[in-house]
Design a protein around this ligand. Structure first.
Ligand SMILES: [Fe+2]
Ligand SMILES: [Fe+2]
Length: 284
């Protein structure tokens, strides 16, 4: 099955799009459909997709241009691409493979075959991502030992889980958990500087983590105005607040319960998180 798999479909024919979309959605995939090549490219760059199903004849940028730009994009270069085309002549097929698409399927698409290929490409992508994350977690553990605070990131992750549950946040939990585990990775290069957020984000971007994770790491010590950030992603902003608070519980409240009480008195803390923090720091 494809539970949680994010698939982007670039297809100008609504019937073809609906057929593929319904079939993969029934297998658990989350589908986004764009009719135009330029819009599909923008969506691929903005979102965090596991796979792209790409028609060749599209308004805006055609499928070849979209495939080329994705392969030339430093963040998207390894996004799996399946081309579907009603014109499976040798020229289209060879050019598609030359541009680096993973698979060329003729229309009408054999849905069962499509599903099996989607599953295999996405599984491979996730395995590679997990390997990369494992390497970064090890690097972070090494960093924590060097700085004499083993277990810090794991505790911040636990704080995030408790706070997010109290606030009923779910959508970006996978990104929040990774960001919590890697939020202070930059410290190994910056010492105690406040630059460790941006530096950590830069390192994780080089290793190909998604934009959401890099954003959360980059901003976890920023004083940012909610209004400006809400333009970026209304929901993601809430997760950044959770990460910042989880860090503060670890760095400040655990060592000084009076700081917690002061923030509470000043009205800095939402009522739903106060009992959670009390429990986490063992405040009476
Ligand atoms: Fe931290
Ligand atoms: Fe930090």
């Amino acid at each position: 099955m494809l539970a949680g798999t994010k698939v982007l479909i670039a297809e100008d024919d609504p019937n073809s799009a609906r057929l593929i979309s319904d079939y993969l959605a029934a297998k658990g995939a989350q589908i986004t459909w764009k009719k135009d090549g330029s819009e599909a490219l923008e969506e691929a760059q903005a979102g965090n997709y596991d796979l792209l199903i790409l028609d060749l004849r599209l308004p805006g940028k055609n499928g070849f241009v979209v495939a080329r730009e994705i392969r030339n994009d430093e963040h998207l270069f390894d996004l799996p691409i399946i081309v579907t085309s009603a014109f499976p002549d040798e020229q289209n097929l060879l050019l598609s493979y030359q541009l680096g698409v993973n698979l060329f399927l003729s229309k009408p698409v054999n849905l069962k075959k499509l599903f099996l290929h989607v599953k295999s490409l996405v599984t491979r992508k996730h395995k590679l991502e997990n390997k990369m994350l494992e390497a970064l977690y090890r690097l972070n553990n090494f960093c924590e030992e060097k700085l004499n605070r083993p277990g810090h990131a794991a505790r911040v992750e636990n704080n995030c889980l408790a706070l997010a549950a109290a606030c009923k946040l779910e959508k970006h939990m996978a990104s929040l958990r990774v960001a919590a585990r890697l939020h202070d990775l930059g410290l190994i290069f910056t010492g105690n500087s406040s630059e460790h957020g941006p530096v950590g984000a830069k390192i994780t971007r080089i290793f190909g983590v998604n934009q959401e994770i890099a954003y959360l790491i980059e901003k976890h010590h920023d004083n940012i105005t909610p209004v400006a950030e809400k333009r970026l992603d209304d929901m993601l902003y809430s997760y950044l607040e959770i990460l910042k608070l989880a860090e503060k519980i670890e760095e400040t409240y655990r060592n000084s319960i009076s700081c917690f009480y002061q923030d509470q008195d000043k009205g800095f803390l939402n009522p739903e998180v106060i009992p959670v923090i009390s429990k986490l720091i063992g405040a009476g």
